[in-house]
Every structure is written in structure tokens, then in C-alpha cells.
Design a protein around this ligand. Structure first.
Ligand SMILES: Cc1ncc(COP(=O)(O)O)c(C=O)c1O
Length: 459
């Protein structure tokens, strides 16, 4: 019998909160520091569909009004609140727009939720090799040339999905990619999970909404002051095929949507709608303080296109070692990788403060020579086994070393960012082995027996 008086999650959350952590990660409300007036009242707002509270799945009153305000704020035809994150929205969009056996163009570095959607719809993914960001060494969108080539080779593609911006805050020529897809008559869905704040100022990169996408999902919770799982869906072009969207939103979201999440989405919309020139000025000042402080603490910085994000490095240190140093000083980054740390600043307004406090000390080390980043051959790839054949196909566990040439029956992703290292249905090659071995040292999702060097493959 275990100790039933324990509340491990509650206790850990409480201890973390008591330690006065500095949040340089999502969610964008930064532990309630942004828009505190919303958070103080929280529990009293946790109600259900009682009189006056409307119904997310059949909105006629206050939720309808809030959705109309959201659509106007983002300049789109229709908007929806999502209470199951961008993941739930992506599942609904893909099920709405893709039929069994139809082809869909996606970047190979898509979030796993996109792959789950295509699997459920029974679509056939055509993967585009992403370009590499030369400085950061992470993937950075796709080229218009590759989109053109892929659509020439696969004219029957029904849907193009792009991820914009990347987790690390980099952008690419999305506008051109969308124009090309439209020239081929293909619907464009953009996973803008990390870009809900782009509309707040012309000093941020342009949003996919403005760059011509047909339908867009955004994790409001990642960069705006909204609760985790709170996301937005925007129908930019009201195509007849989107008529089924509300049906699928009901399928993939709870029949008891959280009023707390919905209220935070309503408040975050107001936050965006009222974001002023004075606010962006306050944001730049706050950001300048962080850049100065990081430099003073002897870190090297890379500044991607999204000013909310800062990439931190130090010669001789891996990102994981830097993460430990930051966390020991109560600064909690969004993520670490081999080379660097990713910090996410809050989208503050005038009158708010978010300043670094104590100094971080890390001894100087000699720089270690590193290999240049390896760019994948630009091109397309496919699954080795179609989704429809996977369901009843027998599987076995094999040792990683014996898995080359076999087809993976698992999707395994480093988390965060949730981009699969291997996708269910993909053939394992030499290149996957060191990547999967490396995952064992970090936090990953999928990979039932990866810790003991086994992977599930299709027989
Ligand atoms: C690019 C991308 N898309 C989608 C998602 C899923 O978003 P959510 O957590 O809102 O479901 C994430 C989450 O990290 C992401 O990075």
C-alpha cells in the first residue's frame, strides 16, 4: 500500500513555486506575473455550462461574443478557442481537410501532433527536408524551391502544412511557400504554435495569418498570458471544406471545456488587442536589460527572428551543462540541447517588470572544436509502410544495433521540442542510431524500451 496522503505533483509544484523560480519558459503568463488581475480570481471561475456561461461546442452567447472579438482582433473570418492545445486543433484541421489515402506535404520536422493527425486521417505524408539554420544548427523551415519541386512531382497533394516559426524562433520565406501551394490549388494549414504574439507589433515577424495561410493554429499559452492548453484557431479564408471543422473540434476536445482556460484566452485576446507602442517600447527595454545581463555574466548570445527568444551559449559548455547552472540559480530555461539554451522572455506591457536578479557565475573553459552542422540533402521522403497497413501489422522489439533497415513501429521524440527523431512507419537507417542513442541521455516521449536499447519495429 502506498502512502495515500502524498500528493507528489502538488508537492513538487508547491516546492517549485516556493523557490521563487524565474520563468524563461512557456507558459507566457510566467507564473501569473503577466496580467496578475486575471490569475487572482482563478478558482472561482472554474464553473461549467450553467445559465449565462454559454457552451464552447454550441456557442450563442458570451463565448460567441468572445470568439467574434478574437476573429476581429486577428483580422480573420472566424476564430475558435481551443482547450486541448494546438495539438487538438491540428488534429481537427487535418481530419477536416484530408481524406483517407490523400497526400499531404509536411516538413520532416513537424510536431508529433501533425503526424498523429495524418495517421488518424489515413493520409499519405510526403516529407520535405527542412533547411538548417547555419548559426543555431537546428532546422529552419523549407525552401520555396523544394515546395515547388514536391508539388510538381506530387500534383495530387491536397494539403500543405508548414511549421512557422520554429521552436527556436527562426523564420523562413513562408509567404512564397504559401503562394506556390495556392498556385497548385492546395489548401495551406500553418502550425504557428510559437507565434500567437506576432500580431501585437509590426516589430515582430509577420504572422502566418498575414502571409496568406488558409487556416492557422497558435498556442496562445506559449507566448501570451494564457493558461497551458489554451490555443487559438483562425480560419483566414472561409473555404467550404472548413464546414466540418466544428464537428471535429467536438471530437478532439472535452465535452467539459475548462472555463479557466477559456477565460484566460479571452483575457489574452484583450492583451493582444490593446498592445500599444508604449508596451512594445517597454518590452524592448526589458529585453535589452536581459541581453546586457547575460553578456555581463559572460554568456554568448544568438538572437533569432522572434525577439521573445534568446539562445545562450558558452565555449566549452553543452546546453545541458548551462541548464544546470541556470537552474541552480533559479532561472528556468525553456530547453537545452547539445550546443545551447533557449530562453523565452515574456511579452510584457508598460508598467510591468521582469528583470534578472542575481548574478550567474560559470568558470571560463577552453572552447572545444566542434564539427560543422550537417545539412540533410534537400528532397522529399515517404513512410516505408502506409498508415492503413500499420494497424494490424505484427511488431517485435529488436536491439537498436539490429534495427537498421527495418521499419520503426514507434514515434520517438526528444521532448521538448516534440519533433520526432524516428516516425512510426519510417525505415531506420545508419543515421538514426547515434540520434536514438543520444536520446537515451535526455527526456524523450515514445520509445517504450529505448532505455534498454530496444526499439519496436514492424515484423
Ligand atoms: C511546433 C509545435 N506545434 C505544436 C505544438 C503543440 O502545441 P500544444 O502544446 O499547444 O498542444 C508544439 C508544442 O510544443 C510545437 O512546438
Amino acid at each position: 500500500m502506498q502512502n495515500q496522503s502524498k500528493m507528489p505533483l502538488v508537492e513538487q509544484l508547491d516546492a517549485h513555486a516556493q523557490s521563487c523560480p524565474i520563468s524563461l519558459h512557456v507558459p507566457g503568463h510566467k507564473g501569473g506575473a503577466i496580467s496578475p488581475e486575471v490569475w487572482q480570481k482563478c478558482l472561482k471561475w472554474d464553473v461549467t455550462e450553467i445559465t449565462g456561461m454559454d457552451d464552447l461546442h454550441h456557442a450563442e452567447e458570451v463565448i460567441l461574443e468572445a470568439k467574434l472579438l478574437l476573429a476581429e482582433c486577428y483580422g480573420v473570418k472566424k476564430s475558435r478557442f481551443l482547450v486541448n492545445g494546438t495539438s487538438g486543433g491540428s488534429l481537427a484541421v487535418i481530419m477536416t481537410t484530408l481524406r483517407r489515402g490523400e497526400k499531404v506535404l509536411i516538413p520532416r520536422d513537424a510536431h508529433k501532433s501533425i503526424l498523429h493527425g495524418i495517421e488518424l486521417a489515413g493520409g499519405e505524408p510526403i516529407f520535405l527536408t527542412p533547411q538548417l539554420h547555419q548559426e543555431i544548427g537546428t532546422s529552419n523551415g523549407v525552401t520555396p524551391e523544394l515546395v515547388t519541386e514536391a508539388l510538381h512531382n506530387h500534383p495530387e497533394v491536397k494539403l500543405c502544412i508548414f511549421t512557422y516559426p520554429s521552436y527556436y524562433g527562426t523564420t523562413f520565406n513562408l509567404q512564397k511557400c504559401i503562394q506556390i501551394a495556392h498556385q497548385f490549388g492546395v489548401i495551406v494549414f500553418v502550425d504557428e504554435a510559437h507565434g500567437a504574439h506576432f500580431l501585437t507589433s509590426s516589430e515582430f515577424p509577420k504572422s502566418a495569418v498575414d502571409l496568406g495561410a488558409d487556416i492557422v493554429v497558435q498556442s496562445a499559452h506559449k507566448t501570451l498570458p494564457a493558461l497551458t492548453m489554451g490555443s487559438y484557431l483562425h480560419i483566414v479564408h472561409d473555404l467550404p471544406i472548413f464546414d466540418k471543422l466544428d464537428y471535429y473540434l467536438q471530437v478532439f476536445q472535452s465535452s467539459s471545456p475548462s472555463y479557466l482556460i477559456m477565460a484566460s484566452l479571452d483575457a489574452a485576446r484583450k492583451y493582444v488587442a490593446t498592445y500599444s507602442d508604449a508596451d512594445i517600447e517597454a518590452f524592448w527595454k526589458m529585453r535589452a536589460k536581459w541581453l546586457k545581463w547575460l553578456t555581463k555574466n559572460k554568456f554568448e548570445l544568438i538572437l533569432p527572428d522572434d525577439p521573445l527568444k534568446i539562445i545562450v551559449r558558452k565555449p566549452g559548455y553543452t546546453g545541458y551543462e548551462l541548464q544546470e547552472i541556470f537552474e541552480a540559480n533559479s532561472y528556468f530555461p525553456e530547453l537545452a540541447d547539445e550546443k545551447q539554451l533557449l530562453l523565452i522572455l515574456p511579452l510584457i506591457k508598460k508598467g510591468m517588470d521582469f528583470t534578472p536578479i542575481n548574478r550567474i557565475y560559470s568558470p571560463e573553459r577552453k572552447a572545444v572544436a566542434t564539427l560543422p552542422y550537417e545539412e540533410g540533402e534537400p528532397g522529399t521522403s515517404k513512410l516505408a509502410l502506409a498508415y492503413e497497413k500499420m494497424h494490424d501489422h505484427p511488431t517485435d522489439f529488436v536491439l537498436l544495433d539490429d534495427a537498421i533497415g527495418l521499419i520503426s513501429a514507434e514515434t520517438i521524440s526528444l521532448y521538448p521540442p516534440g519533433i520526432p527523431t524516428i516516425i512510426r512507419g519510417e525505415r531506420l537507417t545508419e543515421k538514426h542510431l547515434p540520434e536514438l542513442t543520444n536520446l537515451q541521455k535526455h527526456h524523450y516521449q515514445g520509445g517504450e524500451k529505448l532505455a534498454t536499447n530496444y526499439i519496436r519495429v514492424f515484423r
